[in-house]
Design a protein around this ligand. Structure first.
Ligand code: ATP
Ligand code: MG
Length: 195
């Protein structure tokens, strides 16, 4: 059996966005609820989750991602809004939204998903929704207060930032939490025709 690597492709966040996410976590944490907050330095915008990819295919994966992104200019994004999954009923995930000021995030995501689908362990059949996972709910304790506080933040707007590159990550899960390692970075706005 060949070695595999748990892989995903994401946009890394600048420090001011991480600082904003930390404030959001502190605010929601005061509301109550039983949440395991994601360490802000580990929060990213996932574009495509591939799952276990054979290690000897990672080079081809990066090449496919590079070709898919050729010609895309950097993205202008804004942190905005908050919500939970599922949208009704007991919350499992608390997230902060991403507003696509450039209007090109979905095209970038779709191009990447199409180009890398052949390497995926399982292709995601749900529609893509851009979000930053702030925390995962551990138990129903205080869930009502938590959802109330999240809903109150639904119009809360954070920093605007430019995403100039996309990162292919290796994810290693452990009881101490996940560890992510960048396997490769692909610039947006490399010479060529911008779209
Ligand atoms: P943990 O699973 O220990 O809570 P994690 O979810 O951060 O940690 P991974 O499960 O390796 O780590 O996921 C890496 C990234 O991919 C995260 O942003 C996660 O939200 C996202 N992700 C994981 N599974 C899926 C999936 N099936 N569809 C879409 N995104 C996913
Ligand atoms: Mg996970």
């Amino acid at each position: 059996m060949s070695d595999t690597v748990r892989t995903f492709i994401a946009i890394e966040l600048p420090p001011e966005v991480r600082a904003f996410l930390t404030e959001c976590q502190e605010r929601l944490n005061r509301a109550g609820g039983d949440v395991r907050w994601v360490r802000p330095d580990l929060i990213h915008l996932t574009l495509v989750f591939l799952g276990e990819v054979p290690a000897d295919m990672l080079g081809d994966l990066e090449q496919a991602a590079r070709e898919a992104l050729a010609g895309f200019a950097p993205l202008e994004l804004r942190v905005s809004g908050a919500g939970h999954f599922p949208p009704r009923g007991a919350p499992r995930v608390v997230w902060i939204g991403i507003e696509d000021l450039s209007g090109r995030l979905m095209a970038v995501q779709a191009a990447l998903a199409k180009a890398t689908g052949a390497f995926a362990e399982k292709v995601e059949d749900r529609a893509y929704t851009a979000h930053l996972t702030l925390g995962r709910v551990r138990s129903p304790k205080g869930a009502r207060d938590l959802t109330g506080a999240v809903d109150a933040m639904s119009a809360h707007t954070g920093p605007t930032f430019s995403a100039g590159e996309v990162t292919i990550f290796k994810s290693e899960l452990s009881p101490q939490g996940p560890a992510y390692t960048a396997l490769g970075r692909i610039s947006l706005g490399a010479p060529g025709i911008a779209r």
